[in-house]
Design a protein around this ligand. Structure first.
Ligand code: 0X9
Ligand code: CA
Ligand code: CA
Ligand code: ZN
Length: 324
């Protein structure tokens, strides 16, 4: 069949167990920390991967976030693929070794553990997207974490004020604990007045796209996003897309959104921030639930793109011939 069953993807608890096993087998290269808890109290974990992993070195940091939307389970597999690849290939693959020696990588395998558990653990997928936070005065559950970020929150018709909507923006910016956990973590990476995180990918599914800011406006350029920055986004986006066959475009070319993680990362933190919409291209190939048999292929498909962004993270403007 073109569809999968819940057991074909790592559950939240299996994901945490796999992370813990990798970290304990590679203590010099990987460490994990609980950066906060979900609405229902589940740990949200960040894994750091770098040489001298116990030291906060002066190296560009790259953040990968996964599973913000509950049903996008392939993105959690993407996190586990990257961790496994880094663990296995460090010291073997020269390019990957050099990148992990000169960068600090952060991976958050599940931004939305409550949603993931709700979607997957009953034995049948429930097509859930939001978190599992109740809304006062409403029978509808959940906030869309990717409409809850505090940059032009609710500005532009790219989210909903109705609790029944799949894109409900929450009662206020960062009203979802999961949003707050991510933004507090990112803010905590500022050292000496400088944001150490240089680049970010938020993994979603599906449609096979690479998207860059802003989502809140159709304009290519806007406050904080000048023509050079837009061109650097497009150049690196196109380079990554050439490696995985996705389509590169500004995120609002898909549809307007407000309060997304990409707009916040760029607009408020100056972090180069992309969304990857993973496999499949269309709903006929399984939508959010493609067969488990594609996991290895569709995660490895993004290896090169991830390394390309890690490489560019020290100077994105080099991609348009304008070194800083
Ligand atoms: O709508 C979203 O949050 C993302 N798509 S998904 O199907 N995974 O829900 C896309 C966010 C990227 N931003 C824009 N498309 N504007
Ligand atoms: Ca290091
Ligand atoms: Ca650092
Ligand atoms: Zn999504």
């Amino acid at each position: 069949s073109a569809l999968s069953t819940p057991s074909e993807y790592h559950s939240y608890s299996q994901t945490m167990a796999a992370v813990n096993a990798l970290v304990s087998r590679h203590p010099g290269l990987m460490s994990s920390r609980v950066i906060g808890t979900s609405y229902q109290g589940r740990p949200i974990v960040a894994v750091k991967v770098s040489d001298n992993v116990g030291t906060d070195e002066n190296e560009p940091e790259i953040l990968f976030t996964h599973n913000m939307h509950a049903r996008e389970h392939l993105t959690t597999e993407m996190a586990l693929y990257l961790l496994d690849e880094f663990a296995t290939e460090y010291g073997r693959d020269a390019r990957l070794t050099r990148l992990l020696d000169t960068r600090e990588v952060w991976i958050i395998p599940s931004v939305n553990p409550d949603g993931k558990v709700y979607d997957q653990d009953s034995g049948v997928f429930r097509s859930w997207r939001k978190n599992r936070q109740p809304n006062s005065g409403s029978r509808y559950i959940g906030t869309d974490i990717n409409r809850n970020f505090a940059y032009r929150w609710g500005c532009c018709g790219g989210s909903s004020g109705s609790t029944s909507s799949a894109t409900y923006r929450g009662s206020g910016p960062e009203s979802a604990p999961e949003t707050r956990v991510v933004t507090d973590f990112v803010r905590s990476r500022v050292a000496g007045g400088r944001q150490q995180v240089a680049a970010h990918i938020d993994f979603h599914s599906y449609s096979e796209l690479i998207l860059w800011p802003y989502g809140y406006t159709y304009s290519d350029t806007a406050p904080g996003l000048d023509q050079d920055a837009r061109n650097a986004y497009a150049a690196v986006g196109q380079e990554m897309a050439a490696s995985n066959g996705y389509r590169p475009q500004q995120s609002s070319d898909l549809y307007v959104t407000d309060g997304t993680i990409n707009d916040w990362m760029w607009g408020s933190q100056g972090i180069w921030s992309y969304t990857f919409e993973m496999y499949p291209r269309s709903s006929s190939a399984g939508g959010f639930y493609p067969p488990g048999s594609v996991i290895d292929r569709e995660t490895a498909r993004n290896r090169e793109a991830v390394l390309i962004l890690m490489d560019h993270a020290d100077c994105m403007y080099e991609a348009i011939g304008k070194p800083a």
